[in-house]
Design a protein around this ligand. Structure first.
Ligand SMILES: Nc1ncnc2c1ncn2[C@@H]1O[C@H](COP(=O)(O)OP(=O)(O)OP(=O)(O)O)[C@@H](O)[C@H]1O
Length: 276
């Protein structure tokens, strides 16, 4: 029998702002295996970030069930690391202290931090070196470029060795060259540590480069309407993204999203028919 999914979303709906509010998700299902790298793509405003908030327990679902590692999600999930489009580093803390922040919050690290500070600090420095930020530990966020801040934010998401890494457009604000550099960094970190990853992105090349499987969402109210395995060998290289098979996959995903956008009016009708 196959192991149960590490992340499971079953028939989840989410309406913001009470009965008359926006229905962001409707009867959405999602299953992600332990250690899998999944990308979620879809039309703008279809509910991708909402799905992320429900899986990490930042919002409760209006209906349905979310489990992570076999446990129902009823509040913030401690085993999750998160990074968003905006690096959200604290300006008054050094890069090293920003990276170490989750250790001050998440148990059991919180309890162990005072006693084992040197070990944790060495881990943070190692992680920073892995993403190319050796030597910048004592700098402040405002002294770093946007790409460097995003690298640091990735380290902060990883420092407590989360089993689940939730990335919501982490490279969305970066120029294409920096973004491509960070794809390689993320792939390397994932291959070394194998967390389960859910990545929300608007960039279909990014999804195809990084993910084992790409999930396509419908227009709002969102649900998963298509999925595509990505079989390219790892480690994937930037040159691979120019191969015909890779480009064909990106086109296929684009067609799915175009169809999902067309479906918009139907989605609106579905919403009207279901007042959940
Ligand atoms: N806190 C909120 N209160 C009310 N409505 C919200 C809230 N957050 C999101 N929404 C609405 O829910 C819908 C889904 O939003 P969400 O941010 O999940 O979509 P998204 O797919 O991540 O969007 P984008 O592609 O633009 O990043 C949108 O119509 C949005 O306006």
């Amino acid at each position: 029998m196959p192991p149960p999914p590490f992340v499971q979303v079953e028939q989840v709906s989410m309406r913001y702002g009470g009965l008359e509010g926006t229905l962001a998700l409707q009867a959405a299902d999602l299953a992600v295996a332990r250690g899998e790298f999944v990308a979620v793509v879809g039309p703008s405003g279809c509910g991708k970030s909402t799905l992320m908030r429900l899986v990490t327990g930042l919002w409760p679902a209006t209906a349905g069930r979310v489990t992570v590692d076999g446990r129902p999600v009823s509040g913030p999930v401690a085993i999750a690391g998160m990074a968003f489009q905006n690096p959200t580093l604290l300006p008054w803390r050094s890069i090293l202290d920003n990276v170490m922040l989750p250790l001050e919050v998440v148990e059991p690290h919180r309890r162990q931090l005072r006693r084992e500070r040197a070990r944790y600090e060495a881990e943070a420095r190692e992680l920073l070196a892995q993403v190319g930020l050796a030597g910048f530990e004592q700098k402040y966020p405002w002294q770093l470029s946007g790409g460097m801040q995003q690298r640091a934010s990735l380290c902060r998401a990883l420092i407590h060795r989360p089993a689940l890494l939730m990335l919501d457009e982490p490279f969305g604000a970066l120029d294409i060259f920096t973004r491509e550099d960070l794809w390689a960094v993320l792939q390397e970190v994932w291959m070394a540590r194998r967390p389960t990853v859910i990545l929300v992105t608007h960039d279909l090349r990014e999804a195809a480069y990084l993910a084992d499987r790409v999930l396509v969402m419908s227009a709002r109210p969102g649900r998963i309407i298509a999925e595509r395995e990505v079989g390219f060998q790892r480690p994937r290289r930037l040159e691979d993204t120019y191969a015909p098979e890779f480009q064909a996959l990106v086109h296929e995903l684009r067609d799915h999203i175009a169809a999902a956008r067309e479906e918009g009016p139907d989605a609106a009708r579905r919403e009207a028919a279901d007042v959940r």
